[in-house]
Design a protein around this ligand. Structure first.
Ligand code: TYD
Ligand code: MG
Length: 458
């Protein structure tokens, strides 16, 4: 009988150590090591194995000799999903969909399974019963004769079914519920999750079947989260959003077959997820009159230009230390912007509470919204509204300078398409820009001051 082998795993980042450690040397968290049994039987018995595993060892080849073909892709009916995957599902790819519980991962995958009616889709669920899945499918109002459900958690049994069934696409809901008999540790533990993912990876690569894996992630990272899987899979999609709001964002954080930071937007309805094809419409709130503190920034997410509303509220701090709070925008960057406004703009913000909010539950990292953030804060501070036909696209430097941003043409074109009358950009973006070819008025600035002088006139 094989000797029982154990190892210690950090439950936060998956770091493996031969003995217990108080503090993880990899992620620095305290008291996260748990002993897990990793008993290996002889490999490949009952796991996914195909004849091609007897392949001749690879030899070096000149790069010119290698034939390049576009990766064959399955185009889904869901344009948002095609976009985040870089143009469709690549055959043989392993895709991880991470997200908090209840955000709609199962709904999204079932909906995709039902719309791909020309492909045999196997939806393996270790979380819900057949009846529960059927109930969800009834709500979704899509019909497919080719979508099959399997409720099973043992990978060995799943592979047995797959060998007979030969699906075109495999969906696993979720990786945390799977269990491989090669590992003793319980489902959801780091070593179990890693082993199951490795087996699925082998299956995907050898059979050429795309595999979607759903993975839960919790706020405190208590569960063996998909973090440890990220380096194993081809593509990582993140499904996020505020559970109390209807909008959901599907974001690419890693993609071996396309660009990252692509974005898909959905709306959660009674009857499933609806693609939002013109997101700027939902990101900019409808209003009859102009309020102070609201401005619009032209940002890019991946290749996609989006106009987004920034709201701020600046009011005198009556309860001691002024508060600074931001939703969807980096708090450190907000502090930097406040310091720039104080020092370079002469605004006395030191005794003010500042609340900043990016509409629609989006998290923005594009520095091009800096100028919109600045004008939003100043607009609220001075209580002067900025017309909702004006938008901004520029970065702000520590010296109060208005800096150029990339792909300015795309941002201007999107603003023009949505009917904006004026866009503020950096003077240093002017090179190579044909200002007269646009209907929208392009205004340029090199310092924050130039912008404020113009827009803060009552
Ligand atoms: P679910 O896909 O179960 O989330 P996850 O798999 O990420 O844990 O979906 C969760 C929520 O979605 C649930 O609160 C109900 C809601 N929902 C709708 O609003 N409309 C629908 O058509 C469906 C199927 C679900
Ligand atoms: Mg689910």
């Amino acid at each position: 009988m094989a000797k029982t082998k154990t190892s210690f795993f950090c439950q936060n980042c998956g770091h493996q150590a031969p003995k217990w450690l108080g503090r993880c040397p990899s992620c620095g968290e305290w008291n996260t090591f748990v002993e897990e049994v990793i008993q290996k039987e002889e490999p490949t018995k009952g796991s996914w194995k195909s004849s091609s595993s007897l392949k001749v060892a690879a030899k070096p080849r000149a790069i010119q000799e290698i034939n390049f073909e576009e990766q064959p892709r399955i185009k889904t009916k869901d344009q948002e999903l095609n976009r985040v995957l870089g143009g469709g599902i690549v055959l043989g790819s392993l895709i991880l969909i991470g997200g908090e519980p209840g955000i709609g991962k199962s709904t999204l995958m079932l909906q995709i399974a039902l719309t791909l009616s020309n492909y045999r889709v196997l939806y393996v669920s270790g979380e819900e019963s057949e009846q529960q899945i059927k109930m969800r499918a009834e709500r979704l109002a899509h019909k497919s004769d080719n979508c099959y459900i399997l409720t099973e958690t043992s990978t060995q049994n799943i592979f047995k079914q797959i060998e007979q069934f030969e699906p075109d696409i495999l969906i696993i809901d979720s990786i945390q519920t799977l269990q491989s008999s090669f590992i003793e540790a319980g489902a959801g533990s780091i070593s179990q999750v890693k082993e199951c993912a490795a087996e699925l990876m082998k299956y995907a690569k050898e059979s050429g079947t795309p595999v979607f894996m759903i993975g839960h992630i919790t706020k405190d990272g208590g569960l063996a989260g998909p973090k440890v899987l990220e380096h194993m899979v081809d593509t990582v999609l993140q499904f996020e959003g505020d559970r109390h709001l209807a909008y959901r964002i599907l974001r690419t954080t890693k993609n071996r077959f396309g660009s990252t930071s692509e974005l898909g937007i959905y709306e959660m309805l009674e009857s499933g997820l609806r693609e939002v094809t013109n997101p700027s419409e939902i990101l900019i709130s409808q209003r009859d009159e102009d309020f102070s503190g609201i401005t619009i920034g032209a940002m890019l997410e991946g290749n996609r230009p989006l106009l987004i509303e920034i709201q701020s509220l600046v009011s005198i701090a009556t309860y001691g230390t002024p508060q600074r709070s931001s939703t969807g925008f980096d708090a450190k960057r907000l502090n930097m912007i406040l310091a720039v406004l104080e020092k370079r703009g002469g605004f006395r913000l030191g005794n003010q509470d500042v609340f900043l909010n990016i509409a629609g539950g989006l998290k923005v990292e594009d520095p091009a919204i800096d100028l919109a953030v600045c004008t939003s804060i100043v607009s609220s501070y001075e209580d002067i509204s900025i017309p909702n036909t004006v938008c901004f696209a520029a970065e702000v430097g520590l010296g109060g300078e208005v800096r150029a941003v990339n792909r300015i043409e795309q941002r201007i074109a999107e603003a023009q398409k949505l009917g904006f009358k004026e866009i503020w950009i950096s003077k240093f973006n002017a090179k190579g820009l044909n200002v007269d070819s646009y209907d929208i008025k392009i205004r340029m600035a090199s310092k924050l001051e130039d912008v404020f002088i113009q827009i803060l006139r009552k």
